[in-house]
Design a protein around this ligand. Structure first.
Ligand SMILES: [Zn+2]
Length: 200
């Protein structure tokens, strides 16, 4: 983790975090999982925080297939449109694999993931999270798209009022506020030019 700026964002919902790591076609320019090592890093730095997940090329390709299906489903949820059967079928297929296993530590009473973990089990976990999201009437209405024009990531709005506009209040929210401020100043500047006598 020597990168000065993060390669990916984690915005509070496992399947959406994963879905926003790049893509195919028009999204290929922001691909963040180009190599097996990248997916390995994502599992380590992401919410699951798993060290030492071995990823090969076939597994990376499978992850890309799953990610595309999650993206399509998530955008359909965002638009409140019916889900396409073929994308749901991909999610169901990945989710059918045995998932990761968690064990309770009797002393700390916390759950930890039993290792080693296969990529297949991790993709199952991601697919199951997407299924749970799509099947939950409350949750699926909380899929949002960041309103920052240079971001547009999908995120899960877990705020109580459900009115979040940006994937991260700090990054995109601050930028949007700065842009709005500059726009207001520009408008005032024009008014001053048009009505110089009114400018105090
Ligand atoms: Zn954003």
């Amino acid at each position: 983790m020597t990168d000065s700026k993060p390669r990916w964002r984690f915005v509070g919902r496992l399947c959406l975090d994963f879905a926003m790591t790049g893509g195919r076609g028009k999204w290929a320019h922001f691909e963040r999982l180009g190599r097996p090592q990248d997916l390995r890093d994502w599992f380590l730095q992401g919410p699951l925080q798993l060290d030492d997940v071995g990823v090969d090329d076939d597994e990376l390709r499978a992850a890309g297939d799953l990610r595309e299906a999650i993206q399509r489903v998530a955008f359909a949820l965002l638009a409140q449109q019916p889900l396409a059967r073929e994308h749901v079928a991909v999610l169901n297929t990945f989710a059918a694999a045995p998932p990761i296993v968690r064990a309770l530590d009797p002393q700390t009473q916390t759950l930890s993931i039993t290792t080693p973990v296969s990529v297949e089990a991790l993709l199952s976990e991601l697919a199951r999270d997407a299924l749970a999201l799509a099947a939950d009437p409350q949750a699926r209405g909380r899929v949002r798209q960041c309103q920052s024009p240079d971001c547009q990531l999908l995120f899960f709005d877990d705020s109580r009022p459900g009115k979040r506009r940006w994937c991260s209040a700090g990054r995109c929210g601050d930028r949007a506020r700065a842009r709005a401020y500059r726009a207001r100043r520009a408008v005032r500047g024009n008014e001053a030019v048009n009505n110089p006598e009114e400018e105090a």
